[in-house]
Design a protein around this ligand. Sequence first.
Ligand SMILES: [Zn+2]
Length: 47
Amino acid sequence: MVGLFKCRICGFAYKEKSWAEKCKNYCRTHNACSLEITKHAVTREPH
Ligand SMILES: [Zn+2]
């Protein structure tokens, strides 16, 4: 998908780069996703 910023760890994709960064940081730190962050995701691509 073009124009989306993807969290490499969980695979959720965001329109905003800042959300993808937050997600990546959260995933890396907690080894899990934050619902507060992933609710901003537009799609989730398979791993
Ligand atoms: Zn993530």
